[in-house]
Design a protein around this ligand. Structure first.
Ligand SMILES: *[C@@H]1O[C@H](CO)[C@@H](O)[C@H](O)[C@H]1NC(C)=O
Ligand SMILES: *[C@@H]1O[C@H](CO)[C@@H](O)[C@H](O)[C@H]1NC(C)=O
Ligand SMILES: *[C@@H]1O[C@H](CO)[C@@H](O)[C@H](O)[C@H]1NC(C)=O
Ligand SMILES: *[C@@H]1O[C@H](CO)[C@@H](O)[C@H](O)[C@H]1NC(C)=O
Ligand SMILES: *[C@@H]1O[C@H](CO)[C@@H](O)[C@H](O)[C@H]1NC(C)=O
Ligand SMILES: *[C@@H]1O[C@H](CO)[C@@H](O)[C@H](O)[C@H]1NC(C)=O
Ligand SMILES: *[C@@H]1O[C@H](CO)[C@@H](O)[C@H](O)[C@H]1NC(C)=O
Length: 473
């Protein structure tokens, strides 16, 4: 028993001393000279401000710093620190920090080129994860990424001003890359998607959106050797053909918005990811219809088909959909009667400006009661506004403007929709007195204009006295 306590004391009592080998002196001075060369906003910074030569806190415990057992800095996270100006380029600290596995300088205002000294010291060494996203970094980078170690897995350079031929850059990267986020830069050239998917066998997420690229798939179907691809973001990549992702069995997110895709949306797309697709954005293309027969994947929770040329039947979404955008199309048909019954957990639905005819189905006002945002504006909807719209208690924004709706504005719209902060009923054929309750006080005449028959504040038209109305009836 005594021996046991003795051993426990030794093990647990000594453990803190063993693990806290302490920050090595050279690591501390590398960090301090890096700090010395950085320009940052002391009011924004929460980590750098505390780095201090004379503080009793040892440098492995400084904000944003993580060390290994031997006291080498392995992680440096200085995101959102209000750092501006160029990334400091002296060799001494980047060489001193060669054990870094993780470096995050995202969400600052860094500008200028990515210094060669950083890349030359860190890329061939231990670096696994580099995040320089959301800065103002510029310049060509394909010649800077040399001798990159196969440890590099995650590279996020998105939202900068980097340029250069993308394919040449890709060729410099190791096959071990798992996340490659390069969106919203100025990379150029044409990129063969097959090559990317074949080269990066560990690829989990790829984002090439919003560059000056032309992305294309050489073969009909992308190679299926990649078994991890989860997210493929190719917005604004001048794609003319939809890449065949049906064999990407783990795909969950696909963004092909702002491309030059046309014709039918192939029905196999709903089977990609083995039927587990959760996010699909095909907005801003020229699709004209959905190839039949189709079955939406059960787990799809974001479906964005807005700004296409879809005609005919309005597709009934899967039941789990949270965000559904069908706006700016040419359906020329009515919303199916039971449509609202599948929108029970939907938060956002827009079918604005899509030539929708017929009435607003009661299934929406009665059963789509999770909706926070509903936009049916700029169509040819007829009939009255169902008083049960008062059920849609979470609704924050309702736009029914520019339709042919008739009848009164139901009082329930004012009394029931207590969360409503945006309302537009303008340019319909509504009539009668505008409800005067306190929930409507925040709306101006811009919410009601262009309805000949409406009267009462905030519209500058007094309602006829009751007996006039009776006489007129
Ligand atoms: C470092 O910390 C000491 C003690 O907390 C403080 O007096 C000193 O002003 C700090 N120096 C800098 C440069 O922040
Ligand atoms: C690449 O990096 C390794 C490891 O740091 C180094 O030994 C080798 O000399 C480098 N090669 C070139 C061409 O820089
Ligand atoms: C896609 O998967 C199917 C079924 O597993 C297989 O027959 C086909 O050859 C695959 N295609 C490609 C391009 O890998
Ligand atoms: C779909 O893509 C468009 C254009 O890239 C974008 O504006 C929109 O927000 C995306 N939709 C969703 C639901 O993320
Ligand atoms: C609303 O849902 C209920 C069942 O939950 C159903 O009985 C009813 O018919 C639906 N209302 C409309 C108008 O479809
Ligand atoms: C409602 O829609 C009309 C027509 O588009 C527009 O003129 C008006 O400004 C909108 N009202 C509000 C409150 O946005
Ligand atoms: C309201 O309408 C009357 C009569 O048409 C007009 O004289 C008056 O200037 C209008 N007031 C406002 C605030 O527009």
């Amino acid at each position: 028993m005594v021996i046991f306590i003795y051993w426990s004391f030794l093990l647990f009592g000594l453990l803190p001393f063993v693990s806290a080998a302490g920050c090595l002196n050279d690591q501390k001075s590398a960090l301090l000279s890096l700090k010395n060369d950085l320009t940052y906003d002391a009011l924004v910074s929460t980590k750098l401000v505390g780095w201090n030569q004379s503080t009793s806190v040892e440098c492995c415990d400084w904000g944003g710093v993580t060390c290994d057992e031997s006291g080498h800095v392995t992680q440096l996270n200085l995101n959102k620190e209000g750092i501006r100006g160029p990334i400091p380029s002296a060799h001494n600290y980047w060489e001193g920090l060669k054990n870094l596995q993780y470096l995050n300088l995202a969400y600052n205002s860094l500008d200028g080129n990515i210094p060669k000294s950083l890349l030359i010291n860190l890329l061939p060494s231990s670096l696994e994860d580099l995040d320089l996203s959301n800065n103002r970094l510029s310049g060509q980078i394909h010649n800077l990424f040399i001798n990159v170690s196969s440890r590099l897995r995650n590279l996020d350079l998105s939202r900068n001003r980097l340029e250069g031929p993308l394919t040449e850059f890709i060729l410099k990267l190791p096959a071990t890359i798992s996340t490659l986020a390069l969106s919203a830069n100025k990379f150029t050239g044409s990129v063969e998607l097959d090559m990317m998917v074949a080269k990066f066998k560990e690829l989990y997420a790829l984002d090439l959106s919003y560059n000056h690229l032309t992305v294309y798939a050489k073969n009909n179907a992308l190679p299926s050797m990649n078994t991890k691809l989860n997210s493929l973001m190719l917005a604004s990549c001048k794609m003319q053909q939809i890449p065949d992702v049906r064999n990407q069995s783990t795909l969950k997110m696909l963004d092909l918005s702002y491309n030059e895709l046309s014709g039918e949306i192939p029905n196999w797309i709903w089977e990609s990811g083995n039927g587990y697709l959760r996010f699909l954005n095909l907005s801003h293309n020229r699709f004209s219809s959905l190839q039949k027969p189709y079955t939406f994947p059960f787990l799809l929770d974001v479906l964005d088909l807005h700004s296409n040329m879809l005609q005919g039947d309005i597709p009934v979404p899967p039941r789990r959909v949270y965000i559904l955008d069908y706006s700016n199309n040419y359906f020329k048909s009515a919303i199916p009667v039971g449509f609202g019954n599948v929108l029970r957990s939907t938060l956002y639905f827009s079918i604005s400006n899509s030539r929708v005819v017929g009435v607003i189905p009661q299934s929406i006002t009665r059963n789509a009661t999770s909706l926070r945002f509903l936009d049916l504006s700029r169509n040819a909807l007829t009939g009255p506004i169902d008083p049960l719209i008062g059920n849609m208690k979470d609704l924050g924004s309702l736009d029914l403007s520019v339709n042919m709706l008739t009848g009164n504005i139901p009082g329930q719209l004012e009394t029931g929709l207590t969360s409503l902060s945006f309302l537009n009923l303008s340019y319909n054929h509504l009539s009668g007195r505008i409800p005067q309750g306190s929930n409507f006080q925040k709306f101006t005449k811009l919410s009601f204009e262009g309805n000949e028959g409406l009267c009462g504040p905030p519209i500058n038209k007094t309602c006829p006295h009751a007996h006039y109305a009776v006489v007129g009836a």
